[in-house]
Design a protein around this ligand. Structure first.
Ligand code: GRF
Length: 205
């Protein structure tokens, strides 16, 4: 079967993007990363993608001002131009319009640094420490209409240990993110995870 053509959308350092690029080098990996899009010109990940020989596009959100529809159309144009099958959000710090989410429904996934449905939104590590949870982790999910919502594809956890700071906890979770994101993309690209089946069904195979 032909490899799925994947775009990774980033806003920052792009370590999850790099993990996906690395995984996709394997001959038997069912997806290839053909495009990296950033909404910020200074995103470190853009340089990393270029070094890896991957096409990059900048869709700067600033000229669009409040017009999210127009920004999302510009994003969509890039995805169409590169004949993208699947979109991976990886630290992409923009809220997407309902129209865009609907258009890519079932073909767009996100990684969130918490055990969803716990700690949606920002500062998840700080909030996990404040809540005193013993386990914290990361989730890959299909992108739904609400922020950090949608059917879960993969999830894993790490212990929260005595003396943890936001930084130490974030680093422990990040390692796990780099492991589960490529696994989740594989499941989706192989058609083994669908937004219409429960997380149990999609990860049990
Ligand atoms: C990751 O923790 C990801 O889960 C979150 O934003 C961070 C992005 O890091 N959505 P990176 O750009 O992939 O290094």
């Amino acid at each position: 079967m032909a490899k799925k053509r994947v775009a990774v959308l980033i806003s920052g350092r792009g370590s999850n993007m790099a993990a996906l690029i690395e995984a996709a080098k394997a001959e038997d990996y069912p997806a290839e990363i053909v495009l990296v899009v950033s909404n910020r010109p200074d995103a470190l990940g853009l340089a990393r993608a270029r070094e890896a020989g991957i096409a990059t596009a900048l869709v700067d959100h600033r000229p669009f001002g409040e017009d999210r529809e127009a920004f999302d159309r510009a994003l969509d144009d890039q995805l169409m131009a590169h004949r993208i099958d699947l979109v991976c959000l990886a630290g992409f710090m923009r809220l997407l319009t309902a129209g865009f989410v609907a258009r890519w429904s079932g073909h767009m996934i996100n990684i969130h640094p918490a055990l969803l449905p716990q700690f949606k939104g920002l500062h998840t590590h700080r909030r996990a420490l404040e809540a005193g949870v013993k386990r914290h982790g990361a989730t890959v999910h299909f992108v739904g209409f609400e922020m950090d919502s949608g059917p879960i594809i993969a999830q894993d956890w790490v212990p929260v240990v005595e003396g943890d700071t936001e930084e130490t906890l974030a680093a422990r979770v990040l390692e796990l993110e780099h492991r589960i994101y490529p696994q989740a993309l594989r499941l989706v690209a192989e058609g083994r995870a669908s937004p219409f089946s429960s997380a149990g069904e999609s990860t049990a195979q």
